[in-house]
Design a protein. Structure first.
Length: 198
C-alpha cells in the first residue's frame, strides 16, 4: 500500500469527478472549447515522500493528505491567456469546492520565467477523510497555463534534473529570455484573436 493508505480510492474519485466537471463546463455546446487539454494525476508515492522529507515532515498518511496540497493535481492547458482566466472563473463557481489559495504566476512570473495560474482547492466529498470527517475534505492543486507556458515548463522541468550541465548560468538566462519571448507571443496571439473575432 502507498503513503495514501485506504484514502487512495477516494482521491482517485475526487480527481475524476473534478476533471469530469471541468470538462463539462469547459466544453460549452456551440462555443469553442475553453482549453486545449486537461490532464490529472495522483502524486506518486515516491514523489510525495520526497516532498515531505524536503519540507522536514514525517512520512505519514496524515501529512501527505493534509500538509501536501498537490497530491491530487490537475493541469489545464489553454490556447489563449484570456481562456486561462475564464477557466479560473468556471472553477471558482463549481459547487462543493472552496478555493484555499491562488497564485497568479502569469501576472507575476517567477524570476526564472515560470508562468502559470495555480489554485489550491478543498473538495467536500461523501467519504471519510484522514481527519475522520464524513463528509470529508480533500485538497487538490489545479495548474492552468497556455500552450506556450506549458512547453516552456516541460523543457525547464527536464533540465532541472540534469545537474551536470555546463554553462548553467547561460542556460538559465536563455530560458528566462525564451519565457519572456513566449509571453510576448501569447499577448500577440490574444490580440490577433480579438481582431479576427471583432
Ligand atoms: P511536480 O513534480 O510538478 O509536482 P509547494 O512546493 O507546492 O509546497 P508552493 O511554493 O506553493 O509550494 O508551490 P508553487 O510554486 O505554487 O508550485 C508548485 C508546483 O508548480 C510544482 O510542483 C511544479 O509543478 C510547478 N512549478 C512551480 N515553479 C516551477 C518552475 O519554476 N518550473 C516548473 N517547470 N514548474 C514549476 P512540484 O511539487 O515542485 O513538482
Amino acid at each position: 500500500m502507498d503513503i495514501y493508505g485506504t484514502y487512495r480510492q477516494t482521491m482517485d474519485k475526487v480527481m475524476q469527478d473534478l476533471a469530469d466537471r471541468i470538462r463539462a463546463g469547459g466544453n460549452p455546446s456551440g462555443h469553442d472549447k475553453l482549453y486545449e487539454h486537461l490532464s490529472c494525476r495522483i502524486k506518486s508515492d515516491e514523489s510525495a515522500r520526497e516532498k515531505l522529507r524536503r519540507k522536514g515532515l514525517e512520512e505519514s498518511t496524515e501529512n501527505a493528505l493534509l500538509k501536501l496540497k498537490d497530491t491530487i493535481g490537475l493541469r489545464i492547458v489553454c490556447r489563449f491567456v484570456d481562456d486561462v482566466y475564464e477557466c479560473v472563473r468556471l472553477i471558482r463557481e463549481l459547487p462543493g469546492l472552496r478555493v484555499v489559495k491562488e497564485k497568479d504566476y502569469i501576472h507575476d512570473a517567477k524570476p526564472n520565467g515560470y508562468r502559470s495560474y495555480h489554485m489550491v482547492i478543498e473538495v467536500t466529498v461523501d467519504e471519510e477523510d484522514v481527519a475522520g470527517n464524513n463528509p470529508g475534505h480533500y485538497f487538490a492543486e489545479i495548474q492552468l497555463r497556455t500552450i506556450a507556458m506549458d512547453t516552456w515548463a516541460a523543457l525547464e522541468h527536464e533540465l532541472k534534473y540534469k545537474k551536470d550541465i555546463s554553462n548553467q548560468e547561460m542556460i538559465v538566462r536563455e530560458l528566462r529570455r525564451c519565457a519572456n519571448d513566449l509571453a510576448a507571443c501569447d499577448i500577440s496571439m490574444q490580440t490577433l484573436r480579438k481582431l479576427i473575432l471583432s
